[in-house]
Design a binder for this molecule. Structure first.
Ligand SMILES: NC(=O)c1ccc[n+]([C@@H]2O[C@H](COP(=O)([O-])OP(=O)(O)OC[C@H]3O[C@@H](n4cnc5c(N)ncnc54)[C@H](O)[C@@H]3O)[C@@H](O)[C@H]2O)c1
Ligand SMILES: O=C(O)C(=O)C[C@@H](O)[C@H](O)[C@H](O)COP(=O)(O)O
Ligand SMILES: [Zn+2]
Length: 347
């Protein structure tokens, strides 16, 4: 995807409108969840053609499923949607991942546009073409790489986002700093999270992610840097999704995963105790500690056996060789992962 197709700020929704009125577009469908229907649709509506059709799914990670996809495909089919239609995904990462996947598979592919409405989706999920759904408890187990026609990022949508959700998106911003921008981490570590203008941070994250994705769009190597914190983070997120009432947000799981994977980096002599302390101290100023008991660490670690970065039975983790310098395809064992969780638990 080139810079011309990612629009950030006041230009974003007018750019979407220009795209949707093209004669090559037969029909426009808008995928929302219950919250973005309530809080975001009215902002978007003036930029949509009158005869657009809304498709709504329930809100939350637990609905990022093939069943939700079937409901979307059923409505597209009932409307006799042709291949010249466009699906506009108005939501967070659940909507943009699921909607992109639905568009990519419907009649072997219709165009879709990402209109991300959470900080996490604006800095990460809407960019890079990873789409898909969870399956049998494993994160993003079913999916495809498919770039959207455009990404339209309007920071105004963040005004109605809950603080907990806003913080969750910040985890992916910190991830970008830790793998590739030590100066940004050092600068922001002192400033703290809160800002009334997220646009500079969004631009910085989108640029950084785009530069990595451009070099390795199908994640054969370099792109695995963007998965830092996710080997442990996805295992934790998946495990707690099986524990009613203990679910955590993706960003919260990634924050915990980054502490664990930074400890693994330290444990291997890849970065100093001082750097480990800086990461822990900063993340704990933003995120609460994820609760689990040490008896659960092996069960949590087991989820990593299905991580998509793996090769055969080798669990490939992304670690840090100093702050701002991610290194991918670092083999770890289930014991390493359980040890990192036990370290986290003791903090
Ligand atoms: N494809 C990728 O590259 C990528 C990257 C990061 C994360 N992800 C995926 O993204 C998902 C997490 O995304 P998320 O954190 O955006 O969660 P989400 O999509 O569940 O949205 C969070 C909550 O906020 C609500 N919401 C969304 N926008 C709102 C707004 N403007 N105002 C009020 N409420 C609003 C949603 O309805 C939901 O309840 C995970 O499934 C993760 O795997 C994908
Ligand atoms: O874009 C990428 O590549 C990422 O890894 C971004 C992650 O933040 C995101 O959570 C992604 O969906 C995880 O990818 P997965 O392949 O581990 O499912
Ligand atoms: Zn993520």
């Amino acid at each position: 995807m080139n810079e011309e197709t990612i629009f950030i700020g006041p230009e974003a929704l007018p750019a979407l409108q220009t795209l949707l009125v093209r004669p090559t577009v037969s029909r426009v469908f808008v995928l929302v969840d219950a919250n973005t229907r309530r809080w975001c649709y009215d902002v978007l509506r003036p930029y949509l053609p009158e005869n657009h059709h809304i498709i709504e799914i329930a809100a939350g990670e637990e609905y990022k499923t093939l069943a939700s996809c079937e409901a979307v495909w059923s409505q597209l089919t009932e409307e006799r949607t042709d291949r010249h239609a466009v699906l506009v995904n108005l939501g967070g990462g659940v909507v943009t991942d699921l909607g992109g996947f639905c568009a990519a598979l419907y009649k072997r592919g219709i165009r879709f546009v990402q209109v991300p409405t959470t900080l996490l989706a604006q800095v990460d999920a809407s960019v890079g073409g990873k789409t898909g759904v969870d399956f049998q408890g494993f994160k993003n187990q079913i999916g495809v790489f498919q770039e959207p026609t455009a990404v339209c990022i309007e920071p105004r949508f963040l005004l109605t986002l809950e603080p907990r959700q806003l913080k969750a998106g910040y985890a992916e911003v910190v991830k970008h700093w830790l793998i590739a921008d030590a100066k940004a981490f050092a600068r922001n570590r002192r400033l703290g999270i809160f800002t009334d203008d997220w646009t500079p941070i969004i631009r910085e994250s989108v640029d950084l992610k785009q530069r990595i994705v451009a070099q390795d769009p199908l994640e054969s190597g370099l792109r695995k840097l963007l998965n830092f914190g996710h080997t442990v983070g996805h295992a934790l997120e998946s495990y707690l999704l099986t524990q009613p009432g203990r679910e955590i947000l993706h960003g919260e799981a990634v924050a915990a995963g980054m502490i664990c994977e930074t400890w693994l980096s330290y444990h291997r002599g890849l970065l100093s105790a001082e750097e480990l302390d800086q990461v822990e101290t900063f993340l704990f100023t933003v995120f609460e500690k994820v609760q689990f008991i040490t008896l659960e660490t092996e069960a949590i670690a087991e989820f990593a056996l299905q991580d998509k970065k793996n090769a055969g039975t080798t669990i490939n983790c992304t670690l840090l060789k100093g702050l701002g310098h991610g290194v991918f395809d670092q083999p770890v064992t289930l014991t390493d992962i359980a040890d990192s969780l036990r370290y986290y638990h003791r903090l």
